[in-house]
Design a protein around this ligand. Structure first.
Ligand code: GLN
Length: 488
């Protein structure tokens, strides 16, 4: 079925003129019509704009433009509601940004357009990317296409659910503590968090600026490399983007794993891990060994502190970043007798409970008297966590672990307990604190019900080629990535 193809398969068809960009887009729009009332991945779709882009892509194809020139020509890709797409709403699934229309394109959007992608739709998320289940969206939760009584993960739940439901061929989201890898794992997809500084964040609404990175959700590893190729690279508009040569990410696909050393983290082995997840991941380790890799134990001694450190640093940065939503400059306004009242009324009505919790937490840990005890100390622990990784990467080429402690949980199961929710990121957040890259790939299913399980591969800064090499070799030797969700 057209909508179920990977990007590379779709591109092959378009190149051979066995189908058009319009048909590819229509297959997505039809699927949205068919299943999105159950999945609820999309906040909005500008059909006319998308069709105009698809027609332009078909004109390019007819004029002989090749996929060597525009690697994503005619490929429908959807965006998390946190990325600015000129002329489209950008609301971060928050009431406070209701009515806000992006005046410009994010750099990733500009680059995807230059690569020929047909960009359409705004994908649901946890409000301002704070959450792990998409239940914190002001517009209702997104549901998992493998089982609609369950969440798709978060915060980029719409990104994961839309690709898993074949409503788009890929999507682009953001990962601050796991928001790409965790939902990708729970929806049976490949999700990549690139190295801090590899992809420009210009036009990404900031959550925690020292942690945020933009990355793709795809059906397989090759597609992940294709999208990263299109969006990576220095951008003068983002001072944290690194001026550095971008390698060919597809060069390492089909590489052997012989001679590679992969680390298993000693500290990740303690309790809380669902037995079926543990079993699937153990099987994946054996598979990696049979492909020629050597698995060795490594230690990240400060892992236990990662969640605590993250939940000081991320809210601190969020409290500063979200100060701009003041009722004056963007989106929604609730009037008051003076600017102070206007500001507090707007923020009181515009932000949901999790965002308020983070702003209050962040303001607290930055306030004088608590700054040294919390924020400064968290920064020091962050350095220790980073150094743990650097040390581990002296002896291994990459680290493998489960992506999440459990498969997709039920709607409402953790929403009353923030701590339980925060712990669903236990394996993903240290990567952001360290600035490393990480990818999640499907590595099996639970039995009853059948839910996807993710394997995480973590690499050193700018180690994406190694991630792709490991992930691709594993994927090619196992059936998991070819499974499609019941709603696909
Ligand atoms: N779940 C984490 C949080 O709530 C991470 C979110 C993210 O990566 N954006 O902050």
């Amino acid at each position: 079925m057209l909508r179920q193809l990977t990007i590379s398969e779709l591109v092959g068809r378009l190149a051979r003129r066995e189908g058009s960009a319009r048909e590819a887009l229509q297959s997505c729009l039809d699927q949205i019509q068919r299943v999105d009332s159950q999945v609820k991945a999309f906040l909005s779709v500008d059909i006319a704009d998308a069709q105009a882009q698809a027609e332009a892509a078909d004109r390019d194809l007819a004029a002989g433009v090749t996929h060597a020139e525009k690697p994503l020509l005619g490929v429908p890709i959807a965006l998390k509601d946190v990325l600015c797409h000129r002329g489209q709403p950008c609301g971060c699934s928050s009431r406070i940004l209701e009515g806000f229309i992006s005046p410009y394109d994010a750099t990733v959007v500009e680059r995807l357009k230059a690569a020929g992608a047909v960009l359409f739709g705004r994908l649901n998320m946890d409000e301002f990317a704070m959450g792990s289940s998409t239940e914190n969206s002001a517009f209702g939760a997104t549901l998992n296409p493998w089982d609609t009584t369950r969440i798709p993960g978060g915060s980029s739940g719409g990104c994961a659910a839309s690709v898993a439901a074949s409503e788009c061929f890929a999507s682009v989201g953001s990962d601050t503590g796991g928001s790409i890898r965790q939902p990708a794992a729970l929806c049976g997809l490949v999700g990549l968090k690139p190295t801090y500084g590899l992809v420009s964040r210009y036009g990404l609404v900031a959550f925690a600026s020292s942690l945020d990175q933009i990355g793709p959700f795809t059906k397989d590893v090759r597609d992940s490399a294709t999208i990263l190729q299109a969006i990576a690279g220095h951008d003068p508009k983002d001072s944290t983007s690194v001026p550095r040569h971008v390698p060919r990410f597809d060069a390492e696909l089909n590489g052997s794993l012989r001679g590679l050393r992969l680390g298993i983290v000693k500290e990740f082995n303690q309790g809380g891990l669902d037995p079926e997840v543990a079993e699937a991941v153990q099987r994946a380790y054996r598979q990696l060994e049979s492909l020629g890799a050597e698995l060795v134990e490594v230690s990240l001694p400060h892992s236990d502190y990662a969640a605590a450190t993250y939940y000081i640093i991320a809210p601190a940065e969020a409290s500063a970043n979200l100060a701009r939503f003041d009722g004056i400059r963007y989106g929604r306004r609730v009037d008051g007798k003076d600017p102070v009242e206007l500001n507090s009324r707007t923020r009181g009505a515009g932000f949901g409970p999790e965002v308020k919790r983070r702003v209050i937490l962040g303001t607290y840990v930055l306030s004088s008297g608590y700054y040294d005890a919390f924020y400064l100390r968290a920064q020091k622990v962050r350095t220790l966590i980073r150094n743990d990784f650097l040390k581990a990467f002296e002896t291994v080429d990459a680290i493998v672990s489960p992506t999440t402690p459990t498969a997709a949980f039920r709607l409402g199961e953790k929403s009353g307990d923030p701590l339980q929710m925060y712990l669903s990121d236990i394996f993903t957040i240290s990567c952001n604190l360290a600035g490393n890259c990480g990818i999640s790939i499907p590595c099996g299913f639970t039995r009853e019900p059948m839910l996807p399980i993710g394997l995480q591969v973590l690499g050193r800064p700018f180690g994406e080629p190694t991630l792709f090499r490991v992930a691709h070799a594993y994927e090619q030797s196992t059936p998991w990535s070819r499974e499609r969700a019941p709603l696909a």
